[in-house]
Design a protein around this ligand. Structure first.
Ligand code: GLU
Ligand code: ZN
Length: 277
């Protein structure tokens, strides 16, 4: 099986850590094996958390570890000039408009704590589904009405296609945030379609997101995306057994570089005991 194109999709919301290195190295290895080219697609829609030094760190890390990419920005300034997700906002907005025209979008005013009190932890019980709150109202997020039980087919790399229903924690997932910007699920799906990605390598923590994206693709007839192959890899855990997180300040690649570690020494830190199942 050969693939055309995969991608690295880091977010400039913190310094990259060992988990990001693992994910990108795996992407590079599989791309090479499959003869696929690699797009660098930086997820920068979240302007609140994005910082210039984090953006810079992405390019420094890819260069330091000699991770190749053939498409996308060569440096931070080219990213900002030509490749920022802001420049594709119209694509995301057109897509949201299509979902609205299909009658699949509702506005929601619930706060996080209201959702937690209303039902099972982290599951949105559909509180605002029939409230008819105007989509133009301020301070509302937009949710996709996921009442239709779609048979989602997920093709996992090297495995048979499996069938899933949308997991509970994704019921009526957010497609536009309260600040008016498209959500990660929308940007990621539309970007991967726009750039012609047919192989996605990402952590297991994003498997439910993959299902949400496939659900949307099926609803809106983005048929090419339905043939995407996914590889959901195990996550690297910290000493406490939690997944590494940029916002929690888990030891960054930059820290090791500054300590004088060379690239081999840092790769050697990706030891098998550090992975979850
Ligand atoms: N930018 C996100 C991350 O770094 C998402 C990656 C993806 O969509 O695969 O986890
Ligand atoms: Zn609500």
């Amino acid at each position: 099986m050969a693939f055309k194109k995969t991608r690295y999709a880091p977010s400039p919301s913190g310094f990259l850590h060992l988990g990001n290195l693992y994910s990108m190295t795996l992407t590079a290895t599989i791309a090479k094996k499959e003869g696929a080219s690699i797009l660098l697609r930086i997820d920068d829609m979240d302007k609140v958390r994005a910082k210039k030094e984090y953006l810079q760190d992405i390019f420094e890390s890819l260069t330091f570890f000699e991770l190749p990419w053939q498409e996308g920005p060569r440096d931070a300034s080219e990213h900002e000039d030509r490749f920022s997700q802001t420049s594709r906002l119209y694509l995301y907005e057109n897509f949201l408009e299509e979902l609205i025209n299909k009658g699949l979008v509702f506005a929601c005013t619930c706060s996080r704590s209201e959702i937690e009190h209303a039902g099972t932890h982290a599951v949105y019980p559909g509180t605002c589904k029939n409230r008819n709150i105007s989509l133009r109202e301020k301070n509302v997020c937009w949710r996709l009405n996921t009442s239709e039980p779609i048979d989602i087919q997920l093709k996992e790399y090297g495995k048979k296609t499996e069938r899933f229903l949308l997991p509970e924690n994704m019921h009526h997932f957010i497609i536009r945030r309260k600040d008016g910007l498209p959500s990660y699920q929308v940007c990621s799906l539309i970007d991967d379609v726009h750039f012609g990605i047919d192989l996605i390598v990402r952590g297991k923590d994003l498997k439910d997101s993959s299902l949400a994206q496939l659900y949307m693709a099926q609803l809106s007839g983005l048929n090419d995306f339905l043939n995407t192959t996914f590889l959901h890899h195990p996550l690297l855990l910290n000493k406490e057994g939690h997944k590494l997180s940029k916002s929690a300040g888990d030891t960054s690649l930059q820290y090791y570089r500054n300590m004088g570690y060379n690239k081999e020494a840092i790769f050697a830190l990706l030891n098998p005991e550090g992975f979850g199942s």
